[in-house]
Design a protein around this ligand. Structure first.
Ligand SMILES: [Zn+2]
Length: 130
């Protein structure tokens, strides 16, 4: 039998993420937003070169009929092989930060604050443009 591409990892990443949500993303709890955690064996890349470690996806309202979560966080486990617990916690925090909440309490998929090149950040820091 073929190994499934996605598996439920609520028991693993969900547990690791619990204190992160409590301490650093309490607005997720305050707004009753539910997050499911998924593991994948897919060696996902972006633009064929950039290794993707994780992803946060908003569950479309239609899918909520069958999926009891507002967001799914997918961890590409093959791409995270050798990660320390600390690195995994940073990754989970990163993915949780993609959950944005607007003034009306509606959750949305939030984009990164920072997009730049490593060379620029090393030489000029994160805030060179402001
Ligand atoms: Zn991200």
């Amino acid at each position: 039998m073929e190994t499934p591409e996605f598996v439920n990892r609520n028991d693993m990443y969900g547990q690791m993420a619990e204190p992160i949500i409590y301490e650093r993303c309490p607005e997720i709890l305050a707004n009753g937003i539910s997050v499911g955690f998924v593991g994948s064996n897919k060696k996902k890349t972006k633009n064929k070169v950039k290794v993707v470690h994780g992803e946060c996806k908003k569950v479309p309202s239609l899918y909520k009929i069958f999926c009891p979560y507002d967001f799914l966080i997918i961890i590409y486990e093959e791409n995270c092989a050798g990660f320390t617990d600390e690195q995994m916690e940073i990754l989970l925090w990163h993915e949780l930060l993609h959950i944005g909440i607007d003034d009306k309490g509606n959750a949305y998929l939030k984009d990164h604050d920072v997009e730049d090149f490593d060379e620029i950040i090393r030489k000029h820091g994160l805030h060179w443009s402001v």
